[in-house]
Write a protein that binds this ligand. Structure first.
Ligand SMILES: NC(=O)c1ccc[n+]([C@@H]2O[C@H](COP(=O)([O-])OP(=O)(O)OC[C@H]3O[C@@H](n4cnc5c(N)ncnc54)[C@H](OP(=O)(O)O)[C@@H]3O)[C@@H](O)[C@H]2O)c1
Length: 341
């Protein structure tokens, strides 16, 4: 169908009063997630309503579903996740789909637009419809990219552009990515290497070819070698695993280097300012690019060919429990995509 015809079809799209959604009504194993009919959300005046075609089950969904927070952050559980059950029972941080309704104040999007959305902590994307703030993290899907590929880009790509915004990457900048085969790591490897950086990827032997194919110049098999005890030095270390705090990597971080703690426990967060002051290096657990700017950067990198989706497995929404089970193994490569019928 050409784009014009697609738009007309979408304009005629009737939004049902209820929709299918994957609902985690309590904390626990993957089996707590159940498919239910729930009311379809209505877009506010500044929002668009998106018919979701694809989403992913990410590590964030695992954390929220299983109440699995990094060490020392348990005190945040009630505020961040909910007291007795997930406060956001429909999980899913991101989606790709088509706009089917726009609020009265929305000018930038129209029914029929193919978009990718990052709702972040608002969740709700494991469903047939989701709303998004038109001036928030919504961007047009580049070219003819499929919804599944677009959905696969968002979680890791958004996180990667947000954290890499903290550093200047140029020809020869030495970057180490710990956890290079995950959703975030695969995006960081691609973006850093396409910026000209010399990328060292820390991963297991089975993922060595994957990360080399994404642009890594050097691969460290974490089961055979400890990157933190060798003679190499890096200007930027991107920590995506949870086992490389500043205390472990300070020695191999170049003078004035940066440690980007994509994952950090409570003690690391508390110490990062003092560690930065004392060492003259930057230690941070936050990115610096968010919202529209971040999702548009993801779309632009994808359009330029700097960022390709890495899809491990694809499940139908009906099989979302199996998708959660697979993500729970901790072994996924890139994204686990969920097709939404
Ligand atoms: N701060 C933020 O805004 C933000 C945003 C997104 C994610 N995060 C956090 O960042 C972390 C990474 O997220 P993600 O989505 O990339 O996770 P992910 O996709 O679930 O990561 C899975 C990958 O981790 C690798 N891995 C496991 N143990 C490893 C080790 N010891 N050394 C190296 N690699 C190892 C696995 O490879 P092998 O099978 O080869 O071991 C697997 O491919 C998570 O903890 C997540 O909560 C934070």
């Amino acid at each position: 169908m050409d784009r014009q015809a697609e738009r007309r079809t979408t304009a005629a799209h009737t939004v049902p009063a209820s929709m299918r959604a994957a609902v985690a009504a309590r904390f626990g194993a993957p089996e707590v997630v159940q498919l239910r009919d729930v009311p379809t959300p209505q877009p506010g005046p500044d929002e668009v309503l998106v018919r979701v075609h694809a989403t992913t089950v990410s590590i964030a969904d695992h954390r929220l579903r299983a109440a699995d927070l990094p060490r020392g952050l348990g005190f945040l559980r009630i505020v961040a996740l909910g007291a007795f059950r997930p406060r956001k029972p429909i999980l899913g941080m991101e989606a790709a789909g088509e706009v089917v309704r726009v609020g009265a104040h929305v000018t930038g999007f129209a029914p029929g637009d193919r978009v990718m959305v990052m709702r972040g902590g608002r969740m709700g994307c494991h469903a047939q419809y989701v709303t998004a703030r038109a001036e928030g993290a919504v961007a047009a899907i580049p070219g003819s990219m499929s919804y599944e590929d677009a959905a696969a880009l968002v979680f890791g790509g958004y996180t990667a552009v947000s954290f890499l915004d903290r550093v200047d990457l140029s020809e020869g900048t030495r970057v180490l990515v710990n956890g290079a085969s995950g959703a975030v790591g695969t995006a960081v490897v691609q973006l850093a290497s396409s910026a000209g950086a010399h990328v060292t990827a820390v991963t297991s032997a089975r993922n060595a070819d994957l990360v080399r194919g994404l642009g890594a110049a050097q691969v460290v098999d974490y089961a055979a070698e400890d990157f933190a005890t060798g003679e190499d030095r890096w200007d930027v270390i991107v920590e995506c695993v949870g086992n490389a705090p500043f205390s472990r990597v300070e020695r191999v971080l170049a003078p004035r280097g940066t440690l980007l703690l994509v994952i950090a426990d409570g003690p690391s967060m508390l110490r990062e300012r003092a560690q930065s002051r004392r060492s003259g290096k930057l230690v941070t657990h936050t990115g610096s690019l968010f919202g529209t700017a971040a999702i548009e950067a993801v779309a632009a990198h994808a359009a330029a060919g700097d960022l390709r989706p890495v899809v491990d497995r694809t499940f139908d929404l009906d099989d979302i429990v199996a998708a959660h089970r697979y993500v729970d193994t901790g072994r996924k490569r890139g994204a686990v995509v969920v097709r939404v019928p």
